[in-house]
Design a protein around this ligand. Sequence first.
Ligand SMILES: *Cc1c(COP(=O)(O)O)cnc(C)c1O
Length: 458
Amino acid sequence: MTVKKTVPYKTYLTEEEMPKSWYNLRADMKEQHAPFLNPGTLEPIQAADLYPVFAEKLADIEMDETTPYIAIPEDVQNFYKMFRPSPLVRAYELEKLLETPAKIYYKFEGNNTSGSHKLNAAAAMAYYAKEQGLSALTTETGAGQWGTALAVSCAHYKLDLTVFMVKVSFNQKPFRKAVMETYGASIIPSPSTTTAVGRAILEKNPETGGSLGCAISEAIEQSMQDDQCRYALGSVLNQVLVFQSVIGLETKIAMDKLGEYPDVIVGCAGGGSNIGGLMAPYMQDKLTGKGNPRIVAVEPASCPSLTRGKYAYDFCDTGRITPLAKMYTLGSDFMPAPNHAGGLRYHGMSPILSKLYHDGYMEAVSVAQSEVFEAAVAFAKCEQILPAPESAHAIYGAVQEALKCKETGEEKTILFGLTGTGYFDLQAYANFNAGNMSDYIPTDEDLKQGFDGLPNVG
Ligand SMILES: *Cc1c(COP(=O)(O)O)cnc(C)c1O
């Protein structure tokens, strides 16, 4: 028997319906996250202190606690139209597989060359750098999605780009380098001998495969050598959450049209940008008393910043050159084990998300890698898209919620973020298929080293 589908498989907005402003969650937060501190003086920093590092408009957005809606420049709206709107998909086949009464929706962000949501923020950052008259950007990349997104954006806005790519990923994913170079970027495996901070890290630990924290230090150091160059970061920052709000704003318009409202929102959490963006308008409802969906962040058990980290001031990089941010962190010295979900291997979590989690507005769970890949494969078989391993954490979380509904008979509406595709992660899929997946979970002893290195601040 064929069940009549009253909701379409896919809902796309028209170009006219696409959001014209980003939403800045901070404007509705009851309490702000603790201020960023200058690591030398321990005084709160001002936007102007960030001008040497970020394009000025980006520094202003980073520090903006009061403006709820920030107009998307028309040029960026047009850039977005090349790869947005992204579809909101009803996962009918997944529902059938799970035999759940729940309705499952996902917002799919993988339909662009970066294969992820990262292009939403990269487009805005390259635009503001160009608008200021800068000529170049530097950045880091872990799995390669962010480096690719920024390379695509810098090609569009005719900016030079240097990408410090975490060495393990550089070795695991040679074709990522080829894509970024095709768009004109220069790629340096990190830690490298190009920067003082890279040389110091290599001296201490010559065999290191690197980490996002190391690559951030190198990219910032390099950008400081040239006054026409600034640094861009693809997650964690407040500005990134603002730009990624386009995911949630589109979702809300589409869900409203369908007459749907999520009971649970699930996202994978690396630095927090995709879940921060997806949930943004629904968190606004929570903060203003208009709705109360549960919001669940799913992180890898190998890099568990929310579920096992400390809520403390920490550096955002291994070289300890960034301002201090209060966030859930494993310590900037934490060296994540090689884990296939490269985009989730960061020691800290967005200060905004950390604050909301600390204040009880969100939940978090962690999951071992082989369970994530089981969910990924089941999803690929029924919904056809081969998910990125990062995204598969959200699939896992959504499946758990749907199975709970199966037990209780509740017809809940579950929304999750499918952040990207896994075509550069085929070695990981090959390992999983061969039964060779490592389920490394750090012991308390393993985590101690990172915690011991936390700065002793308030
Ligand atoms: C970078 C990335 C993530 C994780 O980063 P967040 O900032 O937590 O969103 C998740 N999925 C994909 C596909 C990514 O590229």
